[in-house]
Design a protein around this ligand. Sequence first.
Ligand SMILES: Cc1cc2nc3c(=O)[nH]c(=O)nc-3n(C[C@H](O)[C@H](O)[C@H](O)COP(=O)(O)OP(=O)(O)OC[C@H]3O[C@@H](n4cnc5c(N)ncnc54)[C@H](O)[C@@H]3O)c2cc1C
Length: 567
Amino acid sequence: ETFDYVIAGAGTAGLVIANRLSSNPAITVAVVETGDDVRQNADVQTINFSFTSFNTSINWLYPSVTSAALGSRNLTYRAGKAWGGTSSVNGMVYIRGDKAQYDAWEDLGNKGWNWDSVFSYYKKGEHFITPTSAQIANGATYDASAHGTTGPLDLGFPFTVSNSSFHDKARDTWKVLGLDSITDLNSGDSHGFDTAPMTLDPPAGVREDSARAYYTPAEARSNLKIIKGTVKRITWADAPGRTAVANGFEYVTPSGELVKIGARKEVVLSASAYRNPLILEGSGVGNPKILSKLGIKIKVKLPGVGESMQDHNIIAMTYALKSSLDGGRIPYATLPTAQDVFGNKTASLAASTSAKLAEWAKALSDLSDGAISPSAIEKRFRIQHDLIFKKNVTVGELFPTNTGTGILAQFWTSMPFSWGSVHLGSKDKFNEPSITPNLFSATDFDLDMLAAVGRLSQKSFATPPLSDLIADNVSPGYSKLPLNASDDQWGTFLKGNVLNALHVVGSCSMLPRELGGVVDEKVTVHGTRNVRVVDASIIPMQLSGHTMAPVYAVAEKAADIILAEWK
Ligand SMILES: Cc1cc2nc3c(=O)[nH]c(=O)nc-3n(C[C@H](O)[C@H](O)[C@H](O)COP(=O)(O)OP(=O)(O)OC[C@H]3O[C@@H](n4cnc5c(N)ncnc54)[C@H](O)[C@@H]3O)c2cc1C
């Protein structure tokens, strides 16, 4: 079969693209997706944040090789395998990140990608449901001007917003610690304490994933089709000139048959930050050193493919409560700046770390066997460093969850400098990404930053009035990690327990080729005429907050870019 556009992956981004392109009845669109329609799956619909689908067939489980700093510990990478992709299995928390982080995309060379332009697509996609007075009484706040109300994606607050005193005590404690409540952490300034909205439909009490938001309204269109299969590689036209031209891709059906599907116009990869690099490499687009080892003939030399994989470094401590709290999920988030976590050491740290950026860039380049040059990485690091120390973006998130009898106090750092990679491990294992996280590998500063955010988390639970609720620190326990723990004690705890937040971006970064980029500002793969990549993989630099929200906005903007070129 041949369609105008063929899309790999009916996930968070893939279904946005499918919906927007097929809104023109003259355009035919096919999406090839490994997973199934799970819109009626109770594990998907639940909004209890229980991750009930975790060990079921609708998840991909990708193991990683370990990082030197983690000893023999391996990390597991999870992602959704379903119509809706990871939006169907995730935590639903919707936090966009800071204005300056989006403006940095333009500073990195992506003309037209800045906060103002992306913000308009946030609004376009959103159907914000204002909280009820009961939800407001329990801590839900919002600024109407930061939200859209006519888009397809429902966004609201859960009815399980805690009706206990937790919210007020947390808010008052953060105020004591210098982090005031803010009205809307999605306004482009996330600094402070707030209640986060989630992708759910509050009246219906169900999850809102991209299948429900973007596929259901388009389902009846005769020009849109979802096909079950797993995309293996792009097929190339016999075109003159040096620019590669795709004419479709090959996918494997559930029964193992290899099928070719044609694309008259374009191929769009939305198969996730883990899988797009594998499809590109399987098609001859990537680093010649890697491709020659795999025995794959080079079509486009693009060493950035699969590099620059960035996640948040996450860890949790648990606290026992004096008495159980009402309410289920508590979507309260506190986002601090470098100044909040490093205090009066911030200025000297800014100077000392700035002097080390070239050294860190060299270390990261060596880890990638020179795939991206030290000078390119250093340029990217300088922009990241400026965001942290000059533009005062938030550098971490503290995110407590009420488990009924205790508090799971999760925290993470938002912009680590140790980036990892994801590649095809062997020619035919297109379902098995080879992931190298590189946690803490390019610089000790990533560990220092996580310890500083951890110290702030610990301090908050020991500060009244929040401390009034707390009976004890159960894990790791004050004997292992006292309130005045040394750097060594923090290092041992963090290296032994840190996890990947599953907020992976950057493995097909939108950047100029000379900076290690994979797609240009039109989301077209460098060196190709008609292969686009649209999903978390093109986000070039990690954001504060969570990754689902930016994926929706990026996909909305990319859809407009693609439609503008439709003739
Ligand atoms: C457990 C968990 C909790 C999370 N919680 C949150 C949260 O609370 N808030 C937040 O903002 N973010 C959260 N995230 C991250 C966020 O959900 C993702 O960053 C985002 O959804 C990724 O969207 P995507 O379009 O890039 O990829 P996906 O949504 O993963 O879509 C990729 C799709 O491609 C399909 N696919 C893969 N390979 C192939 C192939 N070769 N051929 C065909 N189809 C293929 C997959 O099955 C999938 O459907 C969480 C992630 C996880 C794993």
